[in-house]
Every structure is written in structure tokens, then in C-alpha cells.
Design a protein around this ligand. Structure first.
Ligand code: DC
Length: 218
């Protein structure tokens, strides 16, 4: 099979990263988690101790050296040489990341890096604007979604595993707020491009969704 480029977009908690990672593993491709890049910027903004104003965020984004490294099959996220893989998944980072991702100068820098990472093909990239903006020529485009209840339940389980106690209602509200910000922002909003295959993962197992995506690659 030709070395393809797969673009997987969708809202928070739809299962994109789990599915994209497994699909990449099965195909022997590289998985690129673009959300992790915006999260790394958000992490650094918090670390500066300055308020998350647009101006401060842009300043941080201009300076930051974000890298996605693969070691023994797992993804490691580095910000200025620091391993931030786990630190970018805290509720504090999640709380400001949509603010970071809506800024044009931040996106411009990240999109260039993302395109560079995909230039040799054999990649599965997930995010919000992959098919619409980052890789419009991707060979396979998928839009993954699931009901808000299911997405909140998945996040709740994930957070619990990491030791965070959060209420389901709070999570639903937070996911809805993030969806709203991601879909209504002016720059590269979350959209399903017409040619993307819509996969609703509500009630489906991870294996079923992975199989559906792999079937699209054949
Ligand atoms: O997928 P995630 O939850 O890790 O994404 C973090 C945030 O970054 C989310 O609010 C949407 C945003 N994002 C984006 O705007 N564009 C991308 N390509 C990936 C993520």
C-alpha cells in the first residue's frame, strides 16, 4: 500500500487520539497529536505565571520549541527540552487551551510544524483542522464524533485513572464550552469537510472504530 496520510478531526472526547494512535500502530505509521502542541503552549503560558492574555499567549508561542518525539512506540511531548507529556493533560491546561488555539499567530506556527512532520507521508494526524487546513490533500479524511454524554463519560474515566475527581455535570459543561469555542472561533474552526467520512463512535468499541478507519485505507 502507498504511504498514505490520514486526517482525523472531531470534537473533544470523540476518541480521536486513541483511535489515531492504534491505526498508526497497525499501519506502521507515525501518529501526530496536534492538540498536544497547543497544550504545550498552554502549559508554558501557565508556567510563566502571567495572565493568559492574547498578547502573553502569542509571546510564549513565538518562543516555544515544541517537539513530538517517539520512543519505544510512545509519544513524548517536549516544550523547550522539558518532557511535558503528562503535564499537558491537567485540568488547568485543559482550562485555557481553547483560548490558546483560537489565536492566528499561534496556529500559523503550529500548522507549519505539523505540515513539516507530515511531509514524508505514512502519518496519522488528529486535531480539529487537519482535513480543512493542515493537510487538505490527505488521502483519508475522517470526522469522529460521539454524543456529549459518551464523550463526558470517557473523559471522566480518563481523569479518574489519573487520580482527578471531577463531576460528570462539570465535565459535560466543560466539553460543551470547548466545543463551542472550537467550532465558533474565527480562525480554522472545527468543521467536517464534505469529503470526510463521518464516524459516530457512540456505543462502539475502540476496536470497532479502528477497524472502520482501517477499512477506509484499503
Ligand atoms: O484534542 P485536544 O483536546 O488535546 O486539543 C486541545 C485543544 O486544542 C482543543 O481545545 C482544540 C485545540 N486544537 C485545535 O484547535 N486544532 C488542532 N488541530 C488540535 C487541537
Amino acid at each position: 500500500m502507498k504511504k498514505s496520510v490520514l486526517a482525523i478531526d472531531g470534537p473533544a472526547g470523540a476518541g480521536k487520539s486513541t483511535v489515531a494512535r492504534l491505526v498508526a500502530e497497525k499501519l506502521g505509521y507515525v501518529y501526530i497529536d496536534t492538540g498536544a502542541m497547543y497544550r504545550a503552549v498552554a502549559w508554558k503560558v501557565l508556567r510563566t505565571g502571567q495572565p493568559a492574555t492574547d498578547e502573553n499567549i502569542v509571546k510564549v508561542a513565538q518562543d516555544i520549541d515544541v517537539r513530538l518525539e517517539y520512543r519505544n512506540g510512545s509519544l513524548r511531548v517536549e516544550a523547550d527540552g522539558v518532557d511535558v507529556t503528562d503535564r499537558i493533560r491537567t485540568p488547568e491546561v485543559t482550562g485555557i487551551v481553547s483560548q490558546v488555539a483560537r489565536l492566528q499567530p499561534v496556529r500559523e506556527k503550529m500548522v507549519l510544524l505539523q505540515r513539516k512532520m507530515a511531509e514524508n507521508g505514512a502519518v496519522v494526524m488528529d486535531g480539529r483542522d487537519i482535513a480543512s487546513k493542515v493537510l487538505p490533500d490527505a488521502d483519508v479524511k475522517v470526522f469522529l464524533t460521539a454524543s456529549i454524554e459518551e464523550r463526558a463519560t470517557r473523559r471522566w474515566r480518563e481523569m479518574k485513572e489519573k487520580g482527578y475527581e471531577v463531576s460528570m455535570e462539570e465535565l459535560k459543561k466543560e466539553i460543551a464550552a470547548r466545543d463551542k469555542m472550537d467550532t465558533e472561533r474565527e480562525v480554522s474552526p472545527l468543521v467536517r469537510v464534505p469529503e470526510a467520512v463521518l464516524l459516530d463512535t457512540t456505543g462502539q468499541t475502540i476496536d470497532e472504530v479502528v477497524a472502520s478507519v482501517l477499512a477506509l485505507c484499503r
